[in-house]
Design a binder for this molecule. Sequence first.
Ligand code: ADP
Length: 483
Amino acid sequence: MPSFSNTYLREANLIGGMWVAADNRKTLNVDNPATGDIIGTVPMAGQVETLRAIDAAHEAFASFRHTTANERAGILRRMHDVMMDNQKELAELLTTEMGKPLAEAMGEIAIGANYLTWFAEEGRRVYGDIVPSPWADRRLMVRHEPVGVVAAITPWNFPSSMLARKIGPAIAAGCTSVIKPAESTPYSGLAWGLIAAEAGLPDGCMNIVTGDAPEIGKAMCASKKVRKITFTGSTKVGKLLMQQSAETVKKVSMELGGNAPFLIFDSANVDKAVEGAIAAKFRNSGQTCVCTNRFFVQDGIHDEFVEKFTKAAEALKVGNGAEDGVQQGPLINQAALDKVQVLVKDALDKGAEVVSGGDVIGGLFYKPTVLTGATDDMRFATEEIFGPVAPIFRFKGEQDAVDAANNTDYGLAGYVYTADLGQAFRVIEGLEYGLVGVNEGVITTPEAPFGGFKESGVGSEGGRQGIEEYLQTKYVCLGGLGF
Ligand code: ADP
């Protein structure tokens, strides 16, 4: 029995419409990072269960692919309503397993629901083409068909909405899926099975397995029945999945790591920049792939920015995300906390200064931290911090800042604050990043494509582009028409 009661908490896997245990009955514990308490268990599934889930998805695809876009849009709209009618319940489940403040969890459920309606609408606009024919007696058409069974692997930092961005377009396109949520936050992933069933998604169209990640991933990649793999997580695992998928030439979408720069120029409105910087750094305790990893602040406003930013960081209320008014929760686990400490120590050894924070509060809670004097030999210049630490680099010239911002293998999100329109355009065009926020620190929305350059990924989620990842193009030539 789980130690926490919630309508959407399931300690089982979903395969072909049945909630089941692992064949060998083994389980994994799931804990609450704010308290260390065990919430409950989930099945420790592996290859056998994954293959069964793939078979169920494959069987369901045979009929689901023939449903109309309108029928699928109806299912997605009902899923949206189930989520919004139960927003608080789902948010509480999310906060309990992941740690983020309840207000952020409420927002995550809402944006996830929003992705569903966005794709419900996009699914009805998957137009084909009639192409002018070079032959008098032939007609040419192009249609877009669902790619087939989709395997989706997601991380713990947005355990609900990262799936919305995959499930939404998959259903809209007519695909069926096998999902593997992260080990530390499986319940928000499993909850999708209940949401889908309540909304009338046929059995087998969505299957969810938890357990041995490498084994499940390998089974997904090796299966010829899986035609697409969509992954959000680390660049390291993304590369592995791409390699493993090469054997069966799957379509792949990868949302991988980031090393977001945040550039603040002398002309910027410093108060607005501070507001954007706080959101872009400390949201989710710094544990998002679009969270700022490096602040670059121009000489003329450096000290003013540091002073105001530090004051705002110190005002953040840290604590158990389930408590009222908390703005920053714990880190996800001990390894995440250890990494933050190692990166801060490395920076201090190399000459950075702590302006605020720099230590653990207790448990998995780390103080919002501001460091100045950051230089590019420090580890966070190239490694993702994934925690509430803001390193500040000082710069003089515009091109120096753009070059420094691009000096990384990643290319997901970048931010720039400036009041100079010409400068804004020069920097937008100079940044090698898939997402750019100009005078805005939080820019993700279902209407816009989300995807990285370089080693930050392949493909886009959201926007009108998001559904294309779940479709394949078929050219049809109709001949012998007798013209
Ligand atoms: P993080 O470091 O943020 O946990 P990971 O890339 O390790 O990022 O994890 C993201 C997702 O990838 C999780 O669901 C995790 O279980 C899964 N994962 C980790 N290793 C593998 C693997 N070898 N094959 C398939 N999935 C994996």
